[in-house]
Every structure is written in structure tokens, then in C-alpha cells.
Design a protein around this ligand. Structure first.
Ligand SMILES: C[S@@+](CC[C@H](N)C(=O)[O-])C[C@H]1O[C@@H](n2cnc3c(N)ncnc32)[C@H](O)[C@@H]1O
Length: 232
């Protein structure tokens, strides 16, 4: 009788885990790849400190356009660090919106002398982003391409140092297939919302099973991103 009870509990736990996994909830998604969580550091209140007037100008626009629920400043700071760490010269972003993450990337590109090409389907968002880039003084660093990125990225030139995918989730797999060959060995691919794998299972499968990629997941507050290194 006791054995049947234990068996029933065991089966229930398996069933709940499978359910969560299928929906991309809770602990289910963590089975895809290792996750690094920055819970403690995430709560550090210290903002980015500007050293130069140019940095101050970008940070002040970032402060001005940020709204809660939008991209997290922690992700922005992380992007900026990566840009400088890999000395990125050619960064590609899919999904510009108002240019928030692009401004963080351009903070790093100021130091490396690199450029960002960011793709946006909505003309009004692209126009807002352009005006934010002008206010921030980075219009010579960032180019906004307006249109459906599935088409516009075919004109992207490699080698890409960093690819940041942050547009509609159903398109992630296609973006990866089209741009991975143009990412240089040693280059990085980041994808937003990777903590919700049920939105793009084919993409998650690709970045976790391709032997040329080394992938981890990073969780920062409510943000979950994947970070893949193209090894060769
Ligand atoms: C989450 S927002 C991007 C946020 C931005 N990366 C940031 O962190 O500030 C996603 C953007 O992708 C755009 N988008 C959606 N589908 C697209 C497509 N097929 N081509 C280009 N942009 C697309 C949307 O219009 C939206 O502005």
C-alpha cells in the first residue's frame, strides 16, 4: 500500500515537471542548458558612472527613455561590457524598438570604434529610435534599417562580432540560420526571452545542440537571455 502511495507521488511529480517543461515555466526550462542567475548582483542599485561628456549624454537619454517593463538596464550594461570585452567592430541587432538596447551597445562601440546595424519593422519605432540616437550623439555609430528583418538581414555583411536577437519569437530560428554563418569564430549570439523556450523550441534546440556553439542561459531579474559563443 505504502509503495503504491510513493509511486503515485513520484508519477505526479514527473507529470507536473513535464507540464512545466512543455509550457516553458518554472524549473522546466532550466533543463535546456545551464543557467547563471545574478539575483544578488541584480539588486545592487549602483548606476553606470559616466566618465566623459559623451557618455553622460548617452546615459541621460537612456535614463529619459527607459520605462519599467522595457529592457532592463542590467541587460544593457551587460551588452556594453560584452561589446568592449570582445572589441566588437560589427554588431547586429534584430528588434530596435525605441533604441534602448542599441544605446547601451553604442556606449561600448564608442570605445571600440565599431558600428551597430539595428533592424526594425515598424517605421514609427525606427523614427523614434533615430531621434533618440541623434539626441544621444551616436547617429554616426548606429544605422537603423527599416523593414522585415527576415528580408533586410540578407544584406548584412560579416564578419559579425555580436548578434543580438530581440524581435518576434517565431522568427528567432530563421534569424539564426541566416546570420550564424556570418558570425565570426569567437563571436557571440545573444537572444532575449530564452527562459521561455516553448516560444521557440527550434531555436533553443539549435543553440544547444550545434557543436560549434557553447551556450549558457543568464537570468537577471525578470530577464532571461541565452549567450552563445561561436567556437569555430
Ligand atoms: C522587444 S522589442 C526590442 C527591444 C529593444 N531591443 C530594446 O531592448 O530596447 C522587439 C522589436 O522587434 C520588432 N520586430 C518584430 N518583428 C520584426 C521583424 N520581423 N523585423 C524587424 N523588427 C521586428 C518590433 O516591432 C519591436 O520593436
Amino acid at each position: 500500500m505504502k509503495l503504491i502511495k510513493y509511486l503515485a507521488v513520484f508519477l505526479l511529480v514527473i507529470a507536473i515537471s513535464a507540464f512545466c517543461f512543455a509550457l516553458g515555466w518554472g524549473f522546466g526550462y532550466k533543463g535546456y542548458f545551464g543557467w547563471i542567475r545574478s539575483k544578488d548582483y541584480a539588486s545592487l542599485p549602483k548606476p553606470s558612472l559616466a566618465e566623459t561628456g559623451a557618455e553622460k549624454r548617452i546615459l541621460s537619454v537612456l535614463h529619459d527613455i527607459h520605462s519599467p517593463g522595457q529592457a532592463d538596464p542590467l541587460l544593457g550594461r551587460f551588452l556594453r561590457i560584452l561589446v568592449e570585452a570582445v572589441n566588437a567592430k560589427n554588431v547586429v541587432e534584430i528588434g530596435t524598438s525605441n533604441g534602448y538596447s542599441a544605446l547601451w551597445i553604442s556606449l561600448g562601440l564608442r570605445a571600440t570604434g565599431g558600428k551597430l546595424i539595428t533592424h526594425e519593422i515598424m517605421p514609427d519605432r525606427a523614427a523614434t529610435a533615430r531621434s533618440n540616437f541623434e539626441r544621444a550623439g551616436v547617429e554616426d555609430i548606429v544605422t537603423v534599417v527599416v523593414g522585415d528583418a527576415h528580408q533586410t538581414i540578407t544584406a548584412v555583411e560579416g564578419p559579425i562580432d555580436i548578434l543580438f536577437i530581440d524581435a518576434e519569437k517565431s522568427g528567432y530560428f530563421d534569424y539564426l540560420n541566416k546570420l550564424l554563418p556570418k558570425v565570426r569564430p569567437g563571436g557571440l549570439i545573444l537572444a532575449d526571452s530564452a527562459n521561455k523556450p516553448s516560444l521557440f523550441p527550434d531555436f533553443i534546440k539549435a543553440i544547444t545542440t550545434d557543436q560549434n556553439l557553447e551556450t549558457i542561459g543568464l537570468e537577471m531579474r525578470s530577464i532571461g537571455i541565452s549567450l552563445s559563443l561561436k567556437k569555430r
